[in-house]
Write a new protein. Structure first.
Length: 129
């Protein structure tokens, strides 16, 4: 954390990408074997928490208007992503890009590489009944 706020406020995620903080894993297996530091990176599937999302998929401009006297406003429009800040994302590792910023490790993942989102939601119990 910086003095001015959250460190991720400095990041601007572009398009349909998601910024993920990798989930820390135990260096020891259930049977007590210690794993060297690169074992987790070799896994095909990884997980982490969504820190920030891009605006989504860009949508083309609306068709020409029948009213040519109207002023045309060119505002970028996006279809939002399903991922929300705080979700646990399980994603394909080979599609991701790892970055390091101020001694913190982050992963940039395209939305298409996310397999499952696990959301801690109070309303989740309502839908599962």
């Amino acid at each position: 954390m910086t003095q001015n706020g959250n460190i991720t406020d400095k990041f601007v995620v572009v398009g349909d990408r998601v910024l993920i903080k990798p989930k820390s894993f135990d260096e020891r297996t259930k049977s007590g074997i210690y794993l060297p530091p690169g074992v987790q990176e070799k896994e095909k599937i990884q997980s982490g928490y969504v820190v920030k999302t891009g605006p989504g998929y860009p949508v083309g401009p609306p068709p020409e208007s029948d009213e040519p006297w109207k002023e045309r406003v060119s505002v970028a429009q996006y279809i939002p992503l399903q991922a929300k800040v705080g979700d646990l994302a399980i994603f394909i590792q080979s599609s991701s890009y790892e970055i390091e910023y101020e001694d913190e490790r982050y992963i940039i993942v395209p939305n298409s590489a996310i397999l499952v989102l696990i959301r801690e939601d109070d309303d989740l119990d309502y839908y599962l009944k």
